[in-house]
Design a protein around this ligand. Structure first.
Ligand SMILES: CC(C)[C@H](C(=O)O)[C@@H](O)C(=O)O
Ligand code: SF4
Length: 467
């Protein structure tokens, strides 16, 4: 029997497997950020150890830094401690760090792919739940906890159970104004937040093959929101073209050899998945969340669901609680719901393509009165590219705040917090209670939809703004 992509990469990394024990995997890449690394480094130091392969680690700062100024003084006291600690740890242990103001600094899941640190067929970990993002390259990438971070630092290995496999086949091609974000929100709606638990997901099908790397990363990024630790996509010509020439990508003969291997990284025709799901991507409309988890979503043209009409009691109770928090009325149309805050950014949608899509709608328009709009590029490279292309000017002219890279309003860990009671149109990946600021409500959507909300002040169908 053939193997799935996940099984191929997993099996290629098993260094030991004893009866009754979890397989021990070799880890090729380890990304580090300021929030989940301090205790790991401290543990290493306390044990008198050093990282085994600091050359396979790459650190950046993103979660709690200021996006208004690239200075330490602009960070909150807690952030200052974490950032300073990361600087000291990286210096002591010889880890490359993209610190404040560095031309490669940015959100960890944007920095890895952009530098070519993320490569097909590698095992890649980070103390962060959205590490599945890197699976878009055919890497076996997953988030780990701080004690595992320390273990990987010390040994470059990790025990991992074999996951069940699920293929999500996306048929047809996304329509105009419909993006990878809409696709993944629709998948979340179908699977719910628990539907992927215990699975390594592979995204496949015509719609995925036609996505850019940016779009594929948006898909893989949110695998965790369905409970799946891993969200892989088979590498292809799009992947190879994206990687070629990146700073850490192989060159010359090494590139040719790598390419030959990467081309074998696809699920065999006779491989069997534990679960298969099909989604008609061709007929999808733009999607938006109405609740307090990413699976509580529907087409933007739809209406807020009625919990009392739901068959499943747990689902109904969760929907009721969600609507009480989001203050939406069952049966009301989503279009026209007023928003007062717009956030375009995060590791889900903070890439150049996302700003292009948003700028297409913002161009020549103004942010609606009373709306606060933030455009936060995911990395310094994205920021520089957006500035060179004139996108930054479009956002600024419209009344957006054009910020420095960081996690920003994706989570309320830094100064970019949404106000209590506010309603945010957001391109991030989590709409949990209080996620973007105490008492704030989040509607997850695509960059185009967020741009349409910014210029109208209400949830809108972005297709109406495209020429
Ligand atoms: C702070 C960090 C550990 C966390 C995560 O693991 O995902 C954050 O990135 C998030 O998105 O909630
Ligand atoms: S942008 Fe958001 S989801 Fe991504 S790593 Fe930062 S906090 Fe987590």
């Amino acid at each position: 029997m053939g193997k799935t992509l996940y099984e191929k990469v997993f099996d290629a990394h098993v260094v030991a497997e004893r009866p009754g024990e979890l397989p021990l995997l070799y880890i090729d890449r380890h990304l580090v950020h300021e929030v989940t690394s301090p205790q790991a480094f401290a543990g290493l130091r306390a044990a008198g150890r050093k990282p085994r392969r600091p050359d396979l680690m790459l650190a950046t700062m993103d979660h709690d830094i200021s996006t208004e100024s690239p200075s330490l003084e602009a960070c909150s006291p807690m952030a200052r401690t974490q950032v300073t600690t990361l600087i000291e740890n990286c210096r002591e242990f010889g880890v490359t760090l993209y610190g404040l103001g560095h031309p490669r600094q940015g959100i960890v899941h944007i920095v890895g792919p952009q530098t070519g640190f993320t490569l097909p067929g590698t095992t890649l970990v980070c103390g962060d739940s959205h590490t599945a993002t890197h699976g878009a390259f055919g890497a076996l990438a997953f988030g780990i906890g701080t004690s595992e971070v320390e273990h990987v630092m010390a040994t470059q290995t990790l025990k991992q159970q074999r996951l069940k496999t699920m293929r999500i086949r996306c048929t047809g091609r996304l329509g105009r104004g419909v993006s990878a974000k809409d696709l993944i929100l629709a998948v979340a709606g179908r699977l719910t937040t628990a539907g992927g638990t215990g699975y390594a997901v592979e995204f496949a099908g015509e719609a995925v093959e036609h996505l850019s790397m940016e779009g594929r990363m948006t898909l893989s990024n949110m695998a965790i929101e369905m409970g799946a630790k891993v969200g892989m996509i088979a590498p292809d010509e799009t992947t190879f073209a994206y990687l070629k020439g990146r700073p850490f990508a192989p060159e010359g003969k090494a590139w040719d050899e790598a390419l030959a291997y990467w081309k074998t990284l696809r699920t065999d025709d006779d491989a069997v998945f534990d679960a298969e799901i099909e989604i008609d991507a061709g007929s999808l409309e733009p999607q938006v969340t109405w609740g307090t988890n990413p699976g509580q979503e529907c087409a933007v043209t739809g209406r807020v669901p009625d919990p009392s009409a739901m068959q499943d009691a747990v689902e109904a109770a969760s929907a009721s609680a969600a609507l009480a928090y989001t203050e939406l009325r069952a049966g009301a149309p989503l279009i026209g719901t007023p928003v007062d805050t717009v956030f375009i950014g995060s590791c889900t949608n903070g890439r150049i393509e996302d700003f292009r899509a948003a700028a297409e709608i913002v161009r020549g328009r103004r942010v609606a009165p009373g709306v606060r709009a933030l455009a936060v590029p995911g990395s310094m490279e994205v920021r520089a590219a957006a500035e060179a292309e004139g996108l930054a000017d479009i956002f600024k002219a419209a009344g957006f705040e054009w910020r420095l890279p960081g996690c920003s309003m994706c989570l309320a860990m830094n100064d970019d917090k949404a106000q209590p009671g506010s309603r945010v149109a957001s391109t991030s990946n989590r709409n949990f209670v209080g996620r973007q600021g105490y008492g704030s409500r989040t509607h997850l959507m695509s960059p185009a939809s967020a741009a349409a909300a910014a210029v109208t002040g209400v949830i809108s169908d972005p297709r109406e703004f495209l020429n």
